[in-house]
Write a protein that binds this ligand. Sequence first.
Ligand code: ADP
Length: 395
Amino acid sequence: MNVLVINCGSSSLKYQLINSDTEAVLAKGLCERIGIDGRLVYQKTGNDKEVTEAAMPTHKEAIQMVLDALTNAKTGAIKSLDQVNAVGHRVVHGGEKFASSVVINEEVIAAIEECSDLAPLHNPANLIGIRVCSELMPTVPQVAVFDTAFHQTMPAKAYLYGLPIEYYKNYKVRRYGFHGTSHSFVSKHAAEFLGLDLDNSKIIVCHLGNGSSISAVVNGKCVDTTMGLTPLEGVVMGTRSGNIDPAIMEYIAKKENLDIAGIMNVLNKKSGLQGLSGVSSDMRDLESAADNGNEDAANAMEVLCYGIAKFVGGYVAAMNGVDAIVFTAGIGENSGTVRSKVASYLGYLGIELDAEANAKRGEDMVISTPDSKVKVAVVPTNEELAICRETVALV
Ligand code: ADP
C-alpha cells in the first residue's frame, strides 16, 4: 500500500509518499512559507526537483497542492488519490495519553488538543494537517505517530522532577522526551544490524541534530532520555541551551532587563552551539571555524561532546551496563570529529574506535574496533519510514 507521511509545522509541511511493500519513497518534498506567500517543492523519485511559487494562505491550499502534484498527469507519482491508502501524521506531543501510535478519530483529535498546552507551537500545527487531510481524503485512514510515545515506558524515578508533586498531579509537569520515533527506529535497527537480541539488550541512542537527545533503551524499551517537559532540556543543541542552573534565568533577567518570554527566547534561539561559539548553530561551520583556530567554536564543540559523554556515562549506570552506543541524525551520522571526541571520554568502558570506519559518514556502520568491549555504531535515522511502518501496522 501507499502511505502519505505528513509532518506539519506552523508555516511549513514536509511530506513523503512511501510504498510500504517495497519501502521505496515514490515522491517527497515540502511546502514552505504557508500563510506568507507559499512555495512547493516536489520531487518524484528519479526526477529533478520541481519548485513552484504559489499562494498558500492556509495549510489547506498547501496540502491540496501536494495532492495535485502527486497526481499530476505528467510528473505525478500516482494516477489518482485512490492510490493513497493511508496517511501517517507526525504529532509532537502525546502527553501521558498516548504510549503508542493510534488511528485518528474525533476522540483522538480532542485528546491531542488537550496536549496542545504542552507543545503550543507544534500540536496545533499537527492538528491542522490532520483536519485538512481528513477533509480532503475523507475515506482514507489517518494515523497519529507521537514524538513522545516511545518514552512513555520510563519509570517515575526517571520522569519526575524534584518539584512539588502537585505540579505533576495537577499540571502533568514531568519529563516526556522527544525524537521518540527516531530513538525507537534507530535502537531496533541497531539491534538487528549489530546482531543483538533486542529483548536482551542495553542500547544508548545519541540523536544529534539541530535538536539533540540521548536515550537509554533496555530490551527495546526507553528507560530514560535527556529531553524533558519540552525539547529545551538535555545536551547543548544548535540554538537551545540544554541543561542550565535554573537560577541563571532570574540573574540574567535582571542584568539584561528581560521578562520570562525574553529569557525563553534566549534559551531556545540564542544559546547552544550558536550562543557559545558566536559563529553558527551548524556543526559544519563550527568544525571549519575550529580548524581555523576559532577558540570559541572549539570550546562549543568540547562543551557538546563532554556533555554527551556525561549523559552516556549516566545511562550506563542507569542500565547497569551497555551493549551498544549508536549515533544518528545530522551530526551523529556525519561528524566523525564529534563521535571520536565523545568516544575519547569512554575508554573506561573498553571502547575503542576504528579511525578509518569513523571517517565515513551517512550509512549503517560499526565504528568500533573488533576488540572494543562495547559496540559503537552509526545508524541513519528515518523518521518518515518509521511513521509509514507504524501507520501500516495500524490500518
Ligand atoms: P534537525 O534537528 O533540524 O532535523 P539534522 O538532523 O538535519 O537537524 O542535523 C543538522 C545538523 O547536522 C547541523 O548541525 C549540521 O551542521 C550537521 N551536519 C550535517 N552534515 C554534516 C557534516 N557533513 N559534518 C558535520 N555536521 C553535519
